[in-house]
Ligand binder design. Structure first.
Ligand SMILES: [Zn+2]
Length: 481
């Protein structure tokens, strides 16, 4: 493809993973240290838990083995290369348990798309289910430690000695998920009713207990970790007072609101705001990321603190930016090459289409905005371009008010395409004075009489005949004929 997507290149540079990679005991398998969260509701839904650092295999994309499970695309919103593909894989479901597995997956994903910002951006997602068949029913250490089962993905509770930490073989889950058309986020579902889950922050992987009543809420929380790179906002589990450096997470900070505003850090753009449907108002609340003191969260409560709560705005913003690390706001464009010689050609872009608002389209020529052009299609004839070469750039941006970091919006939520347009013959307004009048007729007649190439408007080329006169009259009569 000859289109240069300049902003995508810029985004790619900024997106280079900063993960330290080191060799595992398996010499062929490169691993990273991933932060794996486990969270469970205590009294009144307040979450508790923590995270452990685990060596997990680096995702080497297409190089992995591809599973053979039957794939069902439950939600098909478009081509996998421009959608966030959520791919469910099951563990501890025998052939006889497949109906139960299907019901568990259905429950989870239905709840997911009722929850913002996933509801608004539902058209950005595909959902696939891979039917992975295990020899045994149920997973390891369920209901208690010491229970061992022969299952396809090696899922189990009591991972690393923590009862509610539900781990999975990352490689096996990825292999099975690779049977689907895409797998931007893998959700491993255990055949269990026991409460548990895990969010693998750097691996785009979450686990959940398929039969637990809280499963869909846990899964949304874990995707907060794995997709949004969000921190836990509860206070259980760490030192009472946190004294370390600033957190990497978008929803946790060592700085209170005055410092954030003064230093323009973290969620300073949201201070004091209340946005309908989310946990409000945004400020700094002491107690976050496992410590009671020395760490602040953006709202009094939220999904990253309590099941059953919405996300707060800094988390919503982080999630939307993550969506746009996977999905381009331009879903497709035509043509896909840059060679333009025809007077009446057109260029079209199809923006992504969230629910409730549309993305903004604009056009520029040689770097200057084209006034009034906000449609998805530009007809070149409307521009009355004189012969020459022009750069025409359609641009699509998501101006949702749920994002306030304008530099991040420019990098991730805006895309432009560059077309090199070559115009060979003049438009109806041959003199370029902005009106089609007698001077244009004279200009054509002079060029026609002298057999000048600028009057050779219609085939056959090189001949000056009535077809050229007709074409001139067409262009003269109306900009687009
Ligand atoms: Zn958590």
């Amino acid at each position: 493809m000859l289109i240069r997507d300049l902003s995508a290149i810029a985004a790619g540079v900024l997106c280079l993973p900063a993960l330290a990679q080191h060799a595992h005991h398996d010499p062929d398998q490169v691993t990273i240290a991933d932060r794996v969260h486990y969270c469970q509701p205590g009294a009144e839904g307040q979450l508790r838990g923590g995270y452990v650092m685990m060596d997990v295999p680096v995702d080497d994309g297409g190089a992995i083995a591809r599973g053979s499970g039957a794939v069902t695309t439950i939600l098909d919103n478009g081509p996998a290369d421009n959608r966030i593909d959520l791919t469910f894989v099951g563990d501890g479901y025998t052939a006889a348990n497949m109906g139960l597995y299907h019901a568990h997956v259905q429950n989870q994903y239905a709840d997911f798309f009722g929850f913002e910002p996933f509801a608004t951006y539902q058209p950005y997602f595909n959902v696939h289910r891979v039917d992975v068949v295990s020899n045994d029913s149920g997973v390891d250490n369920d209901p208690g430690q010491g229970v061992s089962r022969d299952t396809a993905l090696d899922m189990g509770f009591w991972c690393g000695g923590t009862e509610r930490l539900l781990c999975v073989s990352v490689n096996k889950a990825r292999n099975e998920a690779s049977a689907a058309p895409g797998r931007d986020q893998v959700i491993a579902v255990a055949n269990s009713t026991k409460y548990g889950g895990a969010g693998y922050t750097s691996s785009n992987l979450a686990t959940t207990s398929g039969g637990n009543a809280s499963a869909s809420q846990v899964y949304i929380h874990e995707l907060g970790h794995s997709l949004g790179n969000l921190a836990d906002e509860y206070t259980y589990g760490g030192p009472t007072t946190y004294t370390g450096p600033e957190f990497p997470d978008p929803n946790a900070s060592i700085f209170d609101s005055a410092d954030q505003v003064a230093l323009q850090l973290k969620w300073h753009r949201w201070m004091g705001e209340s946005i309908a449907g989310f946990d409000n108002p945004v400020s700094t609340y002491e107690g976050c990321r496992y410590s009671v003191n020395g760490a602040y969260r953006p709202s009094a409560n939220s999904m990253m603190r309590n099941l059953g709560r919405p996300f707060n705005m800094p988390s919503v913003e982080a999630l939307i930016l993550e969506f746009y690390r996977i999905v381009s706001p331009i879903d497709s464009a035509s043509p896909t090459d840059i060679a333009y010689t025809e007077h009446d050609d057109q260029i079209s872009v199809v923006p992504m289409s969230p629910i409730g608002h549309t993305l903004d389209v604009s056009w520029s020529i040689d770097g200057e905005p084209i006034a009034g052009q906000t449609g998805q299609t530009l007809r070149l004839c409307e521009l009355q371009l004189q012969p020459g070469t022009y750069l025409i750039e359609p641009e699509v941006i998501d101006n949702t008010p749920w994002v306030r970091d304008e530099s991040a919006r420019q990098v991730f939520m805006r895309r432009s395409l560059t077309y090199l347009v070559s115009i060979s013959t003049p438009p109806g307004d041959r003199t370029g004075d902005g009106v089609r009048d007698f001077s244009d007729v004279l200009d054509f007649l002079e060029d026609f009489a002298s057999a000048h190439s600028s009057a050779d408007l219609a085939p056959p080329q090189g001949e000056f005949d009535f077809s050229d006169v007709l074409e001139f009259l067409t262009r003269f009569g109306a900009p687009c004929g």
